[in-house]
Ligand binder design. Sequence first.
Ligand code: ATP
Length: 231
Amino acid sequence: TTQIIEGKISFKDVSFTYPDTGITALKNINFDLEKGQFIAIIGRTGSGKSTLANLIMRMYDVDSGAILIDEQELKTINLNNYRNQIGFVPQEVFLFSDTIKNNIAFGLSTVTDEEVERAATNAAVYNNIINFEKKFETMLGERGITLSGGQKQRVSIARALIKEPKILIFDDCLSAVDTKTEEEILNNLGRIMLGKTSIIVAHRISTIKNADKIIVLDQGMIIEQGTHQEL
Ligand code: ATP
């Protein structure tokens, strides 16, 4: 049976140390995110933003404290089932030597062309793709074309959006696109994010001004928490 994720996320006094380096990346992190809320994570380089995003994906288990998803401890939830319901855009985009269509539809067994095109539109990369001679059948990688950094990020965003996930995690994925493209993506996202819990690691104020909550990390700790107005 598939457990349906609603999207409430709680961090209860979470600490995490990377086992290989002994670096404590997060210390006593506490926050609650209701289903459908949008949280922005900001902070200096090395402050623990990616680690926090990766812990929600359960790339690692926490050392102490707990991450609760819909009030249930994350480590007790079936991992594949959970990850299938999360749209994760990692900081480092991973594309395959395959068609653009297959890169967007990655991991899904049945998708229609319309779904691929809609995801590309919402990720603001549709117009780039249809300008290629073979459009969505264009090969990427060694035997194909090389996309720009911003185009790669937007293909990666399309891959996350096509899953219609309950939870969206964007790890700094808007940094390689220009402000105009960012605005286009954010306009689309405003609609897409409705009803989805969203965690966005960001640098620009423009990205985070509509967040329900902003968390500022410094050396693995939350030093400020509030809305854009409050901070
Ligand atoms: P940036 O803005 O540069 O992406 P960040 O805020 O996302 O930084 P993290 O990547 O979470 O920060 O890193 C937090 C700390 O954990 C840093 O000291 C970093 O060196 C360390 N760290 C990150 N990833 C690993 C890893 N895979 N193994 C060991 N240590 C890591």
